[in-house]
Ligand binder design. Sequence first.
Ligand SMILES: N[C@@H](CCC(=O)N[C@@H](CS)C(=O)NCC(=O)O)C(=O)O
Length: 234
Amino acid sequence: MSFEDAHLQLYTFFRSTSTARVRTAAKLKGITLSFIFVNVRKGDQFEEDFIRLNPNRTVPVLTVSTMKDTENKDLNFSIRQSLPILEFFEEAFPDKFPLLPPLTDLSGRSHVRDLVNVIACDIQPPTNRRILISVQDLGGSLEVWAYKIMNEGLLAFEEMVKPLAGKYSYKDYLTLADVVLAPAVENAVRYGVDLKTVPTVKRIFEAISVLDEFKAADWRHQEDTPVEEFRLPK
Ligand SMILES: N[C@@H](CCC(=O)N[C@@H](CS)C(=O)NCC(=O)O)C(=O)O
């Protein structure tokens, strides 16, 4: 089945690092998305219609509507987690700018997935908005919590990425590791992580964040980015 003519809709929030991964991969692969904006700060993720779409109450969500399946029926489905969306892109559009090393390089593929998971499983979930709010509700400092997890996570990423890093996280190929890394670094810097402690990460971030596809997908360049956001002191 071809997804070339599928209508792909991304439920997105400009500041969501998990959604930025999807926006970046789509740009790199030349996949056209249409956007539906979910204002996570205002609580749109708790609206009934959204919960029906994603009981997990998080963005991103990708809805896929294709013309016909093999039995000539319309086929519509939703993907409610960023990594499965990225995997869907790899599988549905295998020839468009692959973001995993080829099947002939299984160790490279595993390495890239290891790097992706340090961020997507070990850094992002415990620093998600609803967790930070819970930390604060329990009397903790969300800033201290977020800093500690992001700092320790990026230190681990640094050690893991160093041996095989080239221009990018895996040699000189742009991969999912870079796609996931860029928004995580942006966020870590916001919480005070000093990139001097992770020089390989810093160098890779400087190389990828200036690329057009990464810039078009970053938080500054979204239709739902509020103008005031730029006026806030950094
Ligand atoms: N494991 C999920 C995480 C998604 C997630 O945490 N999204 C955040 C934005 S980056 C969110 O929607 N948070 C809503 C909330 O915390 O209430 C994925 O990778 O898609």
